[in-house]
Design a binder for this molecule. Structure first.
Ligand code: 5GP
Ligand code: ZN
Length: 121
């Protein structure tokens, strides 16, 4: 159970295993899993194991693990070979409805971009 936990939060439930997910990597402070409505194959969410709605709510020790894990996931998803034709990825993190945030537990999107796909990214 996350230190800061919201029993009604869908992503806290995913961390706890109360809601199933396709888990990729779990660390002391992070959890990553496939997005249920991917905009591209391999669309992944990386979340801190700390319930906070906005980036500025999350303690630094949780955030410190996010980018190293994002790098590992880029390799696992095979999008780290940027420079090959038509290969890349986006890392996105939305705060607030006006910024298209739907789930109020901080999450980073890792969205593969491959030339055969036309995902919204
Ligand atoms: P936001 O718009 O808040 O930045 O993105 C929320 C993301 O969470 C969306 O891409 C949505 O598909 C994903 N999502 C919402 N509920 C679930 C869920 O129950 N399981 C998974 N794996 N992803 C979810
Ligand atoms: Zn939560």
């Amino acid at each position: 159970t996350p230190v800061a936990h919201d029993a009604a939060c869908i992503f806290c439930k995913i961390i706890n295993g109360e809601i199933p997910s396709f888990k990729l990597i779990e660390t002391e402070h992070t959890f990553s899993f496939l997005d249920i409505q991917p905009t591209a194959e391999g669309h992944t969410l990386i979340i801190p194991k700390y319930h906070g709605a906005k980036l500025h709510d999350i303690p630094d020790e949780y955030l410190a693990e996010v980018l190293p894990i994002t790098k590992k996931l880029a390799k696992i998803l095979g999008v780290d070979k940027v420079g090959s034709d038509g290969l890349g990825y986006n890392v996105l993190q939305n705060n607030g409805r006006i910024a298209h945030q739907e789930v109020d537990h901080v999450h980073f999107h890792l969205i593969p971009k491959r030339d055969k796909e036309t995902g919204l990214g």
